[in-house]
Design a protein around this ligand. Structure first.
Ligand SMILES: [Mg+2]
Length: 292
């Protein structure tokens, strides 16, 4: 049976999440230290507390929700003096370091040309996942994007939004929206729960043998494919993370967060053996052809 749908993981499968998040959060921390004069440790700890609460270090409103904000009389000055330079630093690092792996864009385009649907299924929250898809132009090639629930704007007790007016404006204009449809799945459906994949199969009306699942995590991506009887393919290259980056990530991130985005980093010992292994994303085309 020919492959009609590829379900692809995003983080550390389409791009290196770790290679971007580490320098981006570090740059943000440096900018906050510079703006406030607070010790680095204090800044890191207060951010980490918010990240842990939201189980994501891509929570975009971490600064205004952190204890750092308590020392400021009102939001406007905090936004101008602290958040703005921090946002700039984060975006600049993201521009520099967030890149699709070699061959990813070409492969997605080639699959589209062959009329093979490509759907992304990620455990990242909607906002950052959608942003990344958009920034790297991946949304142009995806049929749909399935994510975890997105974040809401933080508000004061009086209901006033604690974000810069330009962000509110952009959100209203739809500037943060991806080109493809985006669906939020229930939190409990985080992989290795197969419900997300099950829903995708149902939506496209395909049998498991027409579907190839690709991802860097044996415990999540390969496991759900196995459970539902889809073809599975391990993006082994996504698991190569240097010790230095792991250590730097540990300082700014909690283990639970790293596990969500880069589960494969923790996978040691016996795992489900994948049916296919990729040394780079471009090899996916050969595999799709071979399985036909
Ligand atoms: Mg992954």
């Amino acid at each position: 049976m020919a492959i009609r749908l590829v379900v692809t993981d995003m983080d550390n499968t389409l791009y290196s999440w770790i290679d971007y998040i580490v320098p981006a959060v570090e740059a943000m921390v440096d900018a906050v230290v510079k703006a406030t004069g607070f010790p680095r440790l204090k800044v890191v700890q207060s951010l980490k507390a918010v990240y842990t609460k939201y189980e994501s270090n891509e929570y975009p409103f971490a600064l205004q929700e952190s204890s750092l904000f308590q020392d400021f009389p009102e939001f406007g000055s905090f936004d101008k003096l602290v958040i703005e330079p921090a946002r700039m630093a984060f975006s600049e690092a993201r521009r520099k370091y967030l890149r699709p792996y070699k061959g990813v864009v070409e492969t997605l385009a080639a699959l589209k040309e062959r009329h093979v649907f490509v759907v992304a299924l990620t455990d990242a929250p909607r906002n950052p996942a959608e942003q990344r898809a958009r920034r790297m132009g991946l949304d142009q090639h995806l049929t749909a994007l399935y994510t975890m629930p997105g974040f809401q704007f933080p508000r004061t007790a009086e209901g006033e939004a604690l974000v810069a007016p330009d962000i509110l404006h952009k959100e209203e204009k739809g500037d943060y929206r991806a080109a493809c449809p985006v669906f939020e799945l229930p939190r409990e459906w985080e992989k290795p729960n197969p419900s997300g994949l099950q829903k995708i199969l149902g939506t496209y009306g395909l049998s498991p043998k027409e579907v190839l699942v690709v991802g860097d995590s044996l415990k999540k991506d390969v496991a759900i494919a196995r459970e539902l009887g889809c073809h599975d393919c391990w993006a082994e290259y996504g698991t190569y993370v240097s010790l230095e980056y792991r250590e730097r990530l540990d300082i700014i991130s909690s283990t639970a967060i790293t596990r969500r985005h880069a589960a494969s980093v923790f996978e040691t010992g016996p795992q489900a053996k994948p049916s296919h292994t990729l040394s780079n994303y471009g090899r996916l085309l050969e595999l799709v052809d071979a399985l036909a």
